[in-house]
Structures are given as structure tokens and as C-alpha cells.
Design a protein around this ligand. Sequence first.
Ligand SMILES: [Zn+2]
Length: 634
Amino acid sequence: MIRLLSLTAMLLASTAAVAENSRPQPVPFVDTIPAARDTPYPGTITLAIDATDTKQGVFRVKESVPVDKAGPMVLLFPKWLPGNHWASGQIEKLAGLRISAGGKPVSWTRDAVDVFAFHVDVPAGAEALDIDLQFLSATTTAQGRVAVTPNLISLQWNSMSLYPAGYFTRQIPIEATVTYPTGWTAASALTAKVDGAVYHYEKTNYEVLVDSPVVAGRYYKAFALSPRVTIDAFADTPAQLVASPAQLQVHRNLADQAVKLFGAQHYDNYHFLFTISDDLGGIGLEHHRSSEDGVKPGYFTEWDTSMPSRNLLPHEYSHSWDGKFRRGADLWTPDFRTPMRDSLLWVYEGQTQFWGYVLQARSGLVSKQDTLDAYAMIIASLDTAGGRDWRPLIDTTNDPIVASRKPKGWTSWQRSEDYYNEGLLIWMEVDSMLRQQTRGKKSMDDFARAFFGINDGDWGEVTYTIDDVAATLNAIAPYDWKAFLTKRTTETGAPAPIGGFAANGYKLVYTESPSAYFKANEKNRKNTDLSYSLGIVIGKDGEISSVTWGGRAAKAGLSVGDSITAINGLAYSPEKLKEAITSAKGTEAPLVLLIKSGDRIGETVIDYHGGLQYPRLEKIGTGEGGLDRLLAAK
Ligand SMILES: [Zn+2]
């Protein structure tokens, strides 16, 4: 008893000797940045950009923002950019920021929470804030997208201007002038008065300015597709811009087929700002009246193998209707500071993916056979990915914000932006259901016309919810479309929804040889795609760029970043590996790979005997099926 008491006393003493952990309280957030209001900004901003530095990629900017009162004011750098689906503004490349009024410096303070916002105190009597800044384009891809090369400039206004907080961007008038390198041509949806190398753009508002980027270049060709649609083509060399009459005809067909499909046009004029370049950063970004479309050299000159890159123009053009004119209600924002919510991207990107492939076939940009082979790749990829076990499609709409489009180690398990291609599968299923329910009288074409084909000439935005989508489908064929679409977008554990293809007359099969489209895709991506045999994709020098979760290679312990150095005792080459897979078919001999993983080298044994496997679509039955009708030119 005495002993126990003394123990307790010791414990008490030891507790008292150590102070209780300090427990601070958080400093409250005080947001002093005014929310955007739908009221006109008092005055017109002027923006003057010197875009002549094609050697180091520095844009030098002078901006004048009129002010009508003294006191606190906030200037914003655009953060959430339409079409990017995440907060992708390149604020880190803004440099040299100096603000003055009447020739006297005005100090600025960056907001500690929203680092895209700059607080200033407008001095009494000031009529305008004069802003000097630079945008430093990436000079290597590690820094971001390279926007300037010796022959090309990609000018995005949002990267080189500030706008006043407190106003809907459509309420902020602005007039821009850009000086380009002498002798170059600049193209944009905005019209300009051209004075030598200086382009004076028409007065517009900040929302439209940001939606109207520029491509400028040394080598330029314009291809008119229709009275209102033009390809403004730029390239590293003039030879890349040589297009045959047949090649131009299928591009003209694209403009024709899209207007036949949607029925209305949501632009006055539309410009494909098209770049063919090894040097300029790749891009596919939609706007109301233009798109930024970047492809690698060979688009026209290696026509037989450039078909995978020919989906780009049909996709981005479809966005003028789906994504720009019709936009998810939670995605639309009044400025570039309000966070965008991506929950309806399975319509925005999923149905654009659907129409992009349909229009590439209808126009003849890509043949029907190549389009079927492209579908086979999409179906096979989703059909073999395990990520649907845990992650519903709807959650992948958060992926641009979750992952910032960074590369992943286990894409098939983590899932990526699957709302594109799985969205396509869902819309194919809807198409097959509409055909079945109406005995072939109705299809997704009717949805396109009813949903996107309203308000001809309106290039504002009409927002929607899932109820609006379901109501439009209901008017075509009565059904509980909301329940169907909700199930498809929220289910887990079920197989990928590939049934629309079978219902429309085609099924997925695997063959030992790849389709021409599959081979072209490998050529363009400079890889060896063994996704459906070993479950790996191999890039340059044997380095593994993708491993299918649960596939043969994954089970053998391989990861992205490992390199194959030898196969069955012979130095690695893509051909030797494919020969070894074929030789092992139907035998009991395993494949023995020598793998370099960091500094370690060791053998990996893969017990695989199924031979090479490549996806294709095979027609079911005879006669014209739903997919045959869908892909036929109108
Ligand atoms: Zn898109």
C-alpha cells in the first residue's frame, strides 16, 4: 500500500514536471477581395504587348487600368481558365511587375491566400494605374508549355494581363495592341487593324479577349473551309503547310458536317489556330470562335499515318457547341477567380469525344475503318482497366484538379480523366437506346440538334444541369434518362459500359496483328504498346511508360520507369520482344526479361502464353447497324 502510494506520487510528480502541449488558435481568414458583380467597369483598359522576343520568349507588357476613386483595389491574374478544367494560370511566370499612377510608383502586395491577387492603394487624384509586367514563356518543357519559338508565337492574353476584381469579366472593356516580329502573320478570332508589325485589336471585353488567343508565325497559310470557318495554319517550315486538294476537301467536309449535325453556329467567324511544330508546346484548347490546335510535323505530309492526330480538329470544333456555348451550370463562372466545378465534364468532354469521332468519319478526315479501329482501342483500354472497381466515373471529373494533369504511375487503377472516353461509351449506349426505342427513327443526332442547335448566332453561354440533359432526351424518347445517366456515372464494380457498340452492331475482338490505326498510334507516340498481352507500354530505349494494374507485367513486379534491357538472353528491341511473345504462345517456356530498375539489374520472369493481342471491332450480323448509320456522312 505504501509502495503503491509512492508510485502514484511519482507519476503525479512526473506529469506535473512536463508542461501541457501548447494549443494555439488559427488566425481567421479575412477575404478583402471583392466578389465579381454583373456591373460595367468604369473605363476601358488598354493593353500593349511587345511580342518580338522570339529568342528568349519574354513578352513585355504595358497595361493601363482606369480608376474612378482612390483607396484599396485588387488586380487579378487569371487563375481558373475555361477549357483547362483546373486552376492552371501560370502565375509563376509573371515577372517585372511595377505599378504607377501619374508617374509615381504605387506599391503592391500579393494576397497571402489567393496568390493570383495583388492589393494596391489607389492614390487620391489618380486617373489610371499604369502597369508594367512581363510574361516569361517556358524555355524548356520542364517549366511548362513552350509558347515561343524562332518561328511561332502562341499568345494567350490571360498570361500577360491583370484585371480588376469586383466585376464579371464580360463587363470589363479592353483594347489590345500587339507588336509582332516584322514580316510575321498573326491570326485570332478578334479582328485587328494591321499597321506593319503592329496589330490594333477591336475593342472587346476581358472575357472575350481571354477567349480569343493569337497564334503568330513566320510561315502561314489560310485555308477557307466555309464562308465563316478558316484554318489559320502555321508551321516550323513552309513544306509542312503543303496540303493537297483532297486533304483540304475533307477539312471543308468537317465544317459542312458539323453544321448539318448541330444546325446552328455559335460564332460569327471561326478560326482553327493550327500549328504544325516540333518546337511549340502541344495544345488542344477550345474557344467559342476559335481553337488552339497543335500537332507534330507530318499532319499533311505523312497522311497515311497521321490519322490519330486528325481527331483534334473535329474534337475542338465540336466544343464550340458542347462546352463553350452549352456549359455545365456549376462550371460556368463570372470571372477567372471563382473555382470551376467539373461535375458535368462527362457531357462537356464525353459527348465532344463522341461527336469528334463521329465527325472525323462523316467528313472523311479519318476513314470509317480507322475510326472503328480507334473505337476498339478506347473500348479495350477501359474494358481492361481496374479503376472502375473503386472509383466512379463522376469522381474522375475531379481529376484535372486532383492531379493537375501530371503523369501517373498506375493510371489504369488510379483512373485519369476517364470522363472523356467512358463518356463516349455512355453516349454510344444512349445512341443505341434511342435507336432501339424509336425503331431507328431517332438517334444522338436528334439530341445534338435539340440541345446544341438552339439560338443560332448566339456566342454567349447557355448553362445546363443533368435535369436539362435528361429532359432533352425525354423529349426524343420518353425514358427515365436521369436515373440511367446517374447510374452510369456513379456506379462502381460494374464492367465498363461498352454495350452500346454491340447494340449498334459491333463487338470488341482481339487479333494477333495490330490495325493500321494502332500501328500509326505507336509511331506517333514512339512507343510499343503491349497493353493487351503483357500489360505494358514501352517507350524509348526499353523504358516502361505504362503498366496495367493486375496485368501480367504488374504481377511479375514491373513498374513504370523500369527498363527492359534483354529478352531471353538477347539485347532488347521491340521486334525481339514481340517475336519472343509469339514464340512462347502455346508453350510452357516463360519470358525472361532483364530489367534495369534504377541502379539494380535483375531477371523478371513472365509466365505468359497468350501471344500478341490487339483490339479491333468486328461487325455483328449483316446489313446496316446503328454505328454504320452514325458514321455515315449526312
Ligand atoms: Zn475537349
